[in-house]
Write a protein that binds this ligand. Sequence first.
Ligand SMILES: Cc1ncc(COP(=O)(O)O)c(C=O)c1O
Length: 356
Amino acid sequence: MKQSSRISGWVRKTVQGLSPYASARSEFSETGESVVLLDANESPFENGINRYPDPLQRQLKALLAAQMGVDPGHMLLGNGSDEVLDLVFRVFCEPNTDAVITLPPTFGMFKVLAGINAITNIEVPLDPDFQPDVPAILEASGPRTKVLFLCSPNNPTGNVAEPDRVRQLLDAFPGLVVVDEAYIQFASGPGLERWLEQYDNLIITRTLSKAYGMAGIRLGMCLAHPEVIGYMNRIKLPYNVNELTQRRALEALRDKAQFQHNVEVILSERNRLAAYFERCPIVEKVFPSEANFLLVRVDDAALRYRQLVDAGIVVRNRSGQLRCENTLRITVGTPEENNRLMAVVDRLKSIENEKA
Ligand SMILES: Cc1ncc(COP(=O)(O)O)c(C=O)c1O
C-alpha cells in the first residue's frame, strides 16, 4: 500500500515532529537462554513477569491478525478500545481548534473523549431508523472536522449501519471515519476489515470486552492504514498492554470452540428474550438487535428500572438519549439470568393496575 499524503496532512503538528520513546524492550525483546538482559533495569529474578512486556505485542497481533485475515501492520492494540479511541483524538485533533462529528444516540465515550481532549463535538442525529444521515453529516463537515465516529452495531440501538451509507461517508467525508465494531461478532454480516485496502481514512475499532468475554483484561484494538497505525504508535505509552493481558488473551484466542459456543448461546438467548418481550404487556417496542443487548421501549422506563433494581436486576435506563424515550437497554445474560429476568418481568403489573 502506498504512502498516503492526505493522512500526514490530518496529523497534529506536534505529533508529526515527535520521535517515540525508545524503550529497552523495543530495541531488544528476545529472552532466549543464552541472552543476558541487563539493559532495562528489571529485576533478574525469574517469576514470569519480571520483564517488561513486548511494547508492540507481536505474538498477540500475529494471532489476532491471522484470525481476522488482516495484515498485522494494519493493527494497533491498546488498554481497551477506550485507549485506542483516545489515541485517535490525540494524533489527529488539535485541542481548542478541531472538531469531530458524532451521531446520537450512540456510545457516550466519543463525546466524553472529545471533552477531555478539548475538541468540539458536533452532533448530527441518526435518522428515525437509527441510520447515519449522510447529507446532514456532509453538510456539517469541513476542514476542521477531523474525525467522524460511527458505531456499528450501534450502542444503545443495536442496529448495524447500512454499508452503502458507510461507503458514501468514506468516499465523501473530508477526514477519518472511525467505525466502532465492539459488537460485530454478534451481527449477521461481516465487519468492514475487507475495506481497509481501499480506504486510507477508515479506522475500525474492536474489543475483547464483549464477545470474547475479557472485559477485565482491557484489550482493544484498531485496524487502519499502516501510516495511521504508525502515527498512533508514535504517541502511545511504550508498555500500554501489560504482560498478563497479552498472555491471557493469547490463551483465550486459541480456544476458538469456547468463543464460538459463547456467541451462539448469546444469539439464541437474544432471540428468546426478544420473543418474550414482544408479547410482554409492559413493553411497547423491541428494537431489532445485532448486538448482545436489546433496546426495549416500555410504558414507564423510570418505574420499570426501579422495580427491576428492587428485584435485584440491573439494566440501563437509556431514556435520556435522543429518540430513546422510555427505553431500557438490557444485556443478554446466561440462560439462568434471563429466566430470572423474565420471571421478575412476568410479575410486573400494567401501569393502570399499578396506579389502582
Ligand atoms: C460501542 C462500544 N465501544 C467500545 C466499548 C468499550 O470497549 P473497551 O472495553 O474495549 O474499552 C463499549 C463498551 O460498552 C461500547 O459499547
